[in-house]
Design a protein around this ligand. Sequence first.
Ligand SMILES: [Zn+2]
Length: 168
Amino acid sequence: MSERMPGTGGPALNRLVTPFYEAAGRGLLVIQQCDDCGYHRHVPTDICYNCLSWKWHWDESLPQTGTVYSYSWVDRPMNEHINDGKVYNFAVVELDGITGNAVRLLTNVYDVEKDSLYVGLRVKAAFDPVAGKYASPGGYGPAGADIAATDVGPIALVVFEPLEGAAA
Ligand SMILES: [Zn+2]
């Protein structure tokens, strides 16, 4: 797997998103799922957008695969610290195995070049560990107080790589 892009920092942690990154730290992509209607949702929220239930759990049974929905290349990083000044991409990946409306993650696709990343590319989740003592920008929004990076287990970013054998 590719190295994590240097200089991009770590995620902002709060009580809703931290388990997502901790699961990634264990090599698993999890998505919030409503206990009552079964709909998945992301980014994490307290209440189901479909049935307004407050009951939910982390679905650990997803197939860990998806399809590139959209992407963009950054040809000129804002500074030389981001990915060592080299070209990189942002991508939106639509996940497989979702109940309810599509779940799409804003992420990066690793191990691709400009001519091998395209809308419709089949990809699998990969996990890019975040150093244990990074400077978290802190939590935000209705999820409440900041969670310091030092209060959580190993975390990782969820990125994607091409599925082996994916047709071009
Ligand atoms: Zn629901």
